[in-house]
Design a protein around this ligand. Sequence first.
Ligand code: PGA
Length: 252
Amino acid sequence: MRKKIVAGNWKMNMDLAEGLKFAGSLEKYFKEKPAEKAQVILCPPFIHLAGISEIIKHGKIALGAQNCASDASGAYTGEVSAWMIKSTGAQYVILGHSERRTYYHEDDKLINKKTLLAINSGLKVIFCIGEVKSEREAGQHFLIVRRQLEEGLFSLTEEQIDMIVIAYEPVWAIGTGLTATPDQAQEMHKFIREQVKEKYGNDCAKKLPILYGGSCKPSNAAEIFSKPDVDGGLIGGAALKKEDFTAIAEAF
Ligand code: PGA
């Protein structure tokens, strides 16, 4: 059985006090009522990591960052390294998110470099891929995803792939209220798993969790998660509301 995962990407929301309070209320909730089937991961802004790490003591929630630097250490003003993230107690980092690709011009090569650094620092990577609207309309979505895998991920060894969770996030569905249909998600997740199988073999492909992201909410999570190649979700907007996020974590 593959690991099921529900990860909340808080993006640039909540100040320190708000973030700690919210994490505390989720910790209390999942302590009393653990998400039975899913590993819950919180991915807050960097400044929250160390504090939240102290709060989530019961082991029901894991912690991740939303980005890391493309170098290990040194004179890179304003950057936060994978190793620093690891030192807070976090176990995951989101890389390749479409907002980083679009607003900060991160390309596959840079994302590959960050991915290797993160893995070498002992972090698991939630590796995001997905096409924009015009690419889907032009029928190029499989081609785009294939390229993102090949250039961003497929230089990893089989052992390193064990540290990867893929998140398929069609960019046209992120924060737009538009969601891929469960069939569209399944079709792409199956395609991704086939690419991994071709490159790394069946055992590797079978073990790899592939999450869906893009306007996932309580009303659509159960149907999307019921698809055989969908192993959970990367949740943005709905991760900021306790009722919504906990409902999604229980949607399996
Ligand atoms: P959304 O964001 O759920 O708000 O669409 C998902 C993401 O960007 O990870």
